[in-house]
Design a protein around this ligand. Sequence first.
Ligand code: IDP
Ligand code: MG
Length: 165
Amino acid sequence: MNQATLVLIKPDGLKKSLTGNILTRLSETKLDIVGARIVKVSRELAEKHYAMLKDKPFFEELLKYLMGEYHKKKVMALVYYGEDAIQKVRNICGSTNPEEADPVSIRGAYGRITTKGVYENAIHASANPEESEREIKLWFTPEEVILELYPTKAAKKSVEARIWA
Ligand code: IDP
Ligand code: MG
């Protein structure tokens, strides 16, 4: 079954110049990239992204990590699409804990555990279809994804926006 999944190259991945390496590893899946953005992560976005972990003792450190306080204030967000996309990407990422991850996986090769106890594991990937839908809608507008993955509706926006001067 075709699926979409959200990938984030986290701030440690960008700081360590791993973007190319990680994208090369992900290309082994032969999935399609259907959306890509460089994002400066606000506290609000980080809190929403990791809402499920808000009661964990490492939550505050995790927010700072995703916001780039320890590396660079940016992440690369991507949407991959294709057959069994969620599991294919998770397999190449490896386990959450970089010390336990297969050394050949992205997290096994590039991750570390900091002295503050955060797993800096270079990459995020959605874990299941509910999570991928929620996350893709959080990180991307419909216009930023080249497939109509989920139903959309017309709406008038009246927010102030920055445009090229
Ligand atoms: P996942 O990224 O493999 O889906 P989650 O449980 O969703 O794992 O956790 C989100 C992120 O929070 C992880 O990628 C990692 O950076 C961090 N994390 C998860 N569990 C721990 C922990 O026990 N200690 C420190 N950091 C953790
Ligand atoms: Mg997760």
